[in-house]
Ligand binder design. Structure first.
Ligand code: NAD
Length: 493
């Protein structure tokens, strides 16, 4: 049987009841697979299996649970070529980046496995004679991991590894845009002999499988990465059961270039942070604020650097810097946003149009100048290789606009209901340490990168403020998002 199907209770299940979803290669536009759109019955079976498996799994010593996670990481490394090619074929990222995603994910699994010997509680002095109070960390139960398409493989590990090491079981739902790498993952998880039901995967669309999973009463934590509107829908569905949520949502990362910045470094780092994965990364540099004194020089150099960015079919032309956008919808969205920016007064300094090629959802590397902070292109997530630049008078101006993705809206009602008030990542380029520290304190973002490209580390904490999310991932704090605290009071002699 094809393994392009749900993995439930330790086996790939034959599915004769689901509708089908076609999967396409965004570079060739050819259909490459078909997958099931799992209905509520399939989700029920997966959640039941996870619930049954959880008590015995949580009783294993953490180091044994971590052993399975490390074994899967080993298998992943051995299959890096096929995994990277699969990701590239269904998502469109260049193969070198896909390899980085696969190996990075295996490294993250190893890192999270190290937490097995570091789970700690606390002993607290009591007000009563002969009493000991302690706080114990315990698993939450059954986790649902709902994934996006942009780093589909990495996100499996980011949710599964901490969940399993902490003693939870999990049901994963990959994005219907990029499911094939997840089926390969399930094969590897199967090979290491994980106890049945500890890891389950259901295939399907968001509005069917995803909605059934996030509103399921048997789920104790929904860990979701994706867009803001879907985050809201998931929180609503989870609220019915008072299920807790961990939400990693969209971003609109500002890159601030001050007059004393190392411009060579800023140009390189912002280009890298804008074109990686064809601009489809939550922490990508989405808008640039440059101080007036260096605006012309920075813009000249940046346009030249962006003009050297190459694109094409990542498999047929393996040396290109960027692949296509993930699908036709995303290409239309980017094209329309640039058009509206032009109508609002922005100038196209580079690109500004879809690529003239026979096939593939390609958009040219694009730089827009003369942007103002109130323009849609400076406020809403683009998710494409488009860099809008606005000139600011000083660092205060930059911080003000960076923090306010709503700038220009006068009605408070609109301000508070709009879904673009992002607070995920930000970056700053200056050689003045005092200024860097002052500006960073005032930036209302979960992450700030100073004088370097955007990109998080295993041991950091990746978390969005405002509408970019609730909770976070990675490091100690990300690990403990998968545990809860039990307080124990022992009265003794
Ligand atoms: P998306 O929200 O469209 O879909 C994400 C997942 O949610 C998919 O698996 C989809 O099937 C599912 N889904 C859709 N509707 C659902 C519903 N009603 N109920 C339950 N599940 C549902 O996001 P996407 O387009 O796949 O990913 C791009 C977005 O993800 C961007 O906004 C990006 O910034 C964000 N993202 C954030 C991070 C982060 O760490 N903060 C990382 C990667 C991507």
């Amino acid at each position: 049987m094809s393994t392009n199907t749900h993995y439930i209770d330790g086996r790939f299940v034959e599915d004769r009841i689901s509708g089908r979803i076609a999967v396409y290669n965004p570079a060739s536009e050819e259909q490459i697979a078909e997958i099931p759109d799992g209905p509520a019955e399939v989700v029920d079976a997966a959640v039941d299996a996870a619930r049954k498996a959880q008590p015995a799994w949580s009783e294993l010593p953490p180091i044994e649970r971590a052993g399975y996670v490390k074994a899967i990481a080993e298998k992943i490394r051995a299959k890096v070529d096929i995994l990277a090619e699969t990701i590239s074929r269904e998502q469109g990222k260049v193969v070198s980046l896909a390899r980085g995603e696969v190996l990075g994910m295996a490294g993250l699994m190893d890192y999270m496995a190290e937490w097995a010997r570091r789970i700690e509680g606390e002993i607290i002095a009591s007000d009563r004679k002969g009493e000991t109070i302690y706080l114990n960390r315990v698993p939450i139960g059954v986790v649902a991991g709902i994934l996006p398409w942009n780093f589909p493989f990495y996100l499996i590990g980011r949710k599964l590894a901490p969940a399993l090491v902490a003693g939870n079981t999990i049901v994963i739902k990959p994005s219907e845009e990029t499911p094939l790498n997840a089926f390969l993952f399930a094969e590897l998880a199967d090979e290491v002999g994980l106890p049945k039901g500890v890891f389950n995967m259901v295939s399907g669309r968001g509005r069917t499988t995803g909605a059934a999973l996030s509103g399921h009463p048997g789920i104790d934590l929904v860990s979701f990465t994706g867009s803001v509107p879907t985050g809201v829908a998931i929180m609503e569905a989870a609220a019915k059961n008072l299920t807790r949520v961990n939400l990693e949502l969209g971003g609109k990362a500002p890159a601030i270039v001050l007059k004393d910045a190392d411009l060579d470094l800023a140009v390189e780092a912002i280009t890298a942070s804008r074109v990686i994965n064809t601009g489809q990364v939550c922490n990508c540099a989405e808008r640039i604020f440059v101080e007036r004194q260096v605006a012309d020089e920075f813009t000249d150099r940046f346009v030249k650097r962006m003009a050297a960015v190459t694109y094409g079919d990542p498999i047929a032309e393996p040396t290109v810097d960027m692949g296509p956008l993930v699908n036709a919808l995303q290409l239309d969205k980017v094209e329309a946003m640039v058009e509206r920016a032009r109508e609002a007064g922005a100038s196209v300094a580079l690109g500004g149009k879809r690529a003239e090629r026979n096939c593939g959802h390609h958009y040219e590397p694009t730089v827009l100048t003369g942007c103002t902070p109130d323009m849609e292109i400076m406020r809403k997530e683009i998710f494409g290789p488009v860099a809008p630049i606005a000139v600011v008078e000083d660092a205060d101006d930059a911080v003000h606009y960076a923090n306010d993705t709503e700038y220009g809206l006068t009605s408070e009602a609109v301000h508070y209901s709009n879904d673009t008030e992002y607070g995920l990542t930000s970056s700053l380029y200056t050689q003045d340490l005092n200024k860097a520290m002052r500006v960073t304190r005032r930036l209302q973002f979960g992450e700030t990168y100073i004088n370097r490209e955007n990109g998080e580390a295993y041991q950091g904490f990746h978390a969005g403020r405002k509408k970019s999310g609730i909770g976070g991932a990675d490091g100690k704090h990300g690990f403990y998002e998968y545990m809860e605290t039990q307080a124990v009071y022992i009265q003794h002699g």
